[in-house]
Design a protein around this ligand. Structure first.
Ligand code: NAP
Length: 339
């Protein structure tokens, strides 16, 4: 892994992997860090930052929200988003993405101190112009590449989650130092964080979610449904479609795909993977999804779906919950637990 410290950003940051020695938590000494939103990412990241010695203020919509109670439970004294923003030198937005623009213009935009640092955990709203930060603040991005509870668990284990960082606007000359300190405080420089642009982080994330998550989930469903339609017992098909992947992914990540296929799997499995696997993947469609994402079509479709109250997602959720595969999954977990 290459570690290369640079004070430049944008193109110069790309492909640079930053490690702990590249960052100094001292830049946040005597500075107030506002955590805006205390959910899947906000809560675990805030707990790590507190353990790393940062001075935090937690901003939440209002006391009726469940995250207000969660912050109190963790020993914080939450305040409104307006109050937290006005008090902070670094404002880290960890709200869910769709309501961010409305909350931003209601409570954040006019309360930002000049020369403060505004940090995001996903570039979507800035990239597509739904949030336009003022010209007198730093604008940065830090994303740990994993779910919040894993971020916290790895931090407690003395490790961290690989992350991505970006600087979109640098008014103070030390925006990169600020975002590196943020990444270090949640453990993401213990393993490395790569410099990217807001565009790469956002479109890369949108592409990954469509192709990898979308593809794998629909492959699991197709495997289950084809086997059941072909007469297999649902429980057996369920184990094949989901359970068998769990351990295999971890092994491939730790020893490499080739080592797994050629030495750890059976020779029949190797033959099956190499000969039939490519038939399942439609490269042209993957390229189409990539191009649509780069043209902003995915983002436009998603923003429209959200603005309409997510009608298609609600309908699909109902159908999905009623499926035989989901029902089999419930029975499976009751019978076999994590086994
Ligand atoms: N989830 C992940 O694994 C993940 C991974 C990488 C990056 N990210 C990024 O991290 C950021 C936060 O995502 P998240 O998954 O942590 O979000 P989340 O858990 O769904 O929500 C975060 C916070 O937003 C608040 N919130 C939602 N709607 C609100 C509203 N209308 N008014 C006021 N507060 C509202 C929630 O409050 P209540 O709990 O009180 O409703 C909660 O405190 C996003 O930019 C996301 O893209 C997430």
């Amino acid at each position: 892994m290459e570690s290369k410290r640079t004070d430049l950003f944008e193109e110069d940051m790309e492909n640079v992997i930053y490690l702990d020695d590249d960052a100094d938590l001292g830049v946040l000494k005597n500075k107030k860090v506002a955590i805006i939103g205390y959910g899947i990412q906000g809560r675990p990241q805030a707990l790590c930052m507190r353990d790393s010695g940062l001075d935090l203020i937690i901003g939440i919509g209002d006391p009726s929200r469940s995250s207000w109670a969660a912050a109190k439970e963790d020993g914080f004294d939450p305040v409104t988003i307006d109050e937290a923003t006005a008090a902070a030198d670094l404002v880290y937005i960890l709200l869910a993405d769709p309501p961010q623009p409305e909350i931003y213009y209601q409570s954040i935009h006019d309360n930002l101190k000049p020369n403060c640092t505004l940090a995001f955990c996903h570039g979507f709203n800035v990239l597509y112009g739904a949030i336009k930060p003022p010209e007198n603040v730093n604008v940065v991005l830090f994303v740990p590449n994993g779910p919040g509870h894993t971020v916290r668990q790895k931090y407690l284990d003395g490790s961290g989650i690989y992350g991505a960082i970006s600087v979109e606007q640098d008014v103070t000359g030390n925006a990169l130092d600020m975002v590196l300190a943020l990444a270090k405080s949640v453990g993401s420089l213990r393993v490395g964080s790569v410099g990217v642009t807001f565009q790469q982080e956002t479109e890369g994330d949108n592409f990954e979610e469509q192709v990898l998550y979308g593809g794998v989930i629909h492959l699991m469903k197709a495997t289950f449904e084809t086997m059941v339609a072909g007469g297999y017992p649902p429980h057996f098909a369920y184990a094949k479609a989901i359970r068998s992947l769990r351990t295999v992914v971890d092994v491939m990540d730790s020893i490499g795909i080739e080592e797994y296929i050629s030495r750890r799997s059976s020779r029949t499995c190797e033959f099956a993977v190499r000969m039939s696997g490519p038939r399942v993947i439609d490269r042209d469609e993957i390229q189409n999804i990539f191009d649509e994402t780069e043209r902003g079509e995915f983002a436009a479709n998603w923003m429209q779906e959200w603005a309409l109250g997510m009608p298609r997602l609600h309908r699909m959720r109902r159908t999905g919950a009623d499926s035989e595969m989901e029902k089999t999954g419930v029975e499976w977990r009751e019978k076999f637990g994590e086994g």
